[in-house]
Design a protein around this ligand. Sequence first.
Ligand SMILES: Nc1ncnc2c1ncn2[C@@H]1O[C@H](COP(=O)(O)OP(=O)(O)OP(=O)(O)O)[C@@H](O)[C@H]1O
Ligand SMILES: [Mg+2]
Length: 250
Amino acid sequence: MTSGTAEEHIAFERVDMRFGELTALSEVSFSVRRGEIAVIIGGSGAGKTTLLRVIIGLLRPTGGSVKIEGEDIARMSERELQRIRAKFGMVFQYSALLDSLTVLENVALPLKEHEKLSANALRERCVRMLESLELTGVEERYPNELSGGMRKRVALARALIRHPSIVVYDEPASGLDPLTARLVDDLILSTRDRFGVTSVVISHDMAQAMRLADHLLVLDKGRLVEDGAPRELRDRAGGLAAKFFAASQA
Ligand SMILES: Nc1ncnc2c1ncn2[C@@H]1O[C@H](COP(=O)(O)OP(=O)(O)OP(=O)(O)O)[C@@H](O)[C@H]1O
Ligand SMILES: [Mg+2]
């Protein structure tokens, strides 16, 4: 039997990630409960993207355990990992859509790779997902013909198309104006509400973290220095979250 409860959707235990001499993550332990939005904040180079890549099994940690629904993915074979990866959707920094493909082709990509569907079924599923994100009539357009906010929604459609139970977002507001960034926040919240997904969001903006987080994690130089309720950490005098918050208000 693997340990960890169903409540703990993601559980890190003393995770280390070294790249040669460089330690990107050091003894990081935390857990994320099913259905919650966990926001990870930290300065540039703190290890946020690395942490996200470890969560979704793109990077194998050099130490510790990473449990997804109680299963330790840190020690899994590549083949077992393939099965686990289907549980994840990822929205990359700057959307990372393929410019040479249409919106529809971009969204269909994960389905084409992993599921055998007729061209019609594929199209229908993608169109329905795009519609649910208020993107109608843009299937045949190319990403560079869309606004930044629309591109984010297409990226989200692609991340959700295989019905993942965990969605991770790497700095979803980057490159967007403040109003569009708010819309993306709303999208993250409604995605949680409608699809019941567990979300991990990377941010360096404490104001955004306060809008989204059920649970806040603060990384500093590869170490997890704070872990708790957003308001509590914001109000903890001298803490890093409090400093980030003060900076976001300035
Ligand atoms: N594949 C890699 N090989 C070597 N070093 C890496 C690799 N990936 C990340 N690093 C290093 O690990 C550290 C953490 O990087 P990471 O990208 O996780 O930071 P971050 O918190 O996401 O920063 P930012 O806010 O700038 O995106 C950095 O020093 C980075 O250079
Ligand atoms: Mg990063």
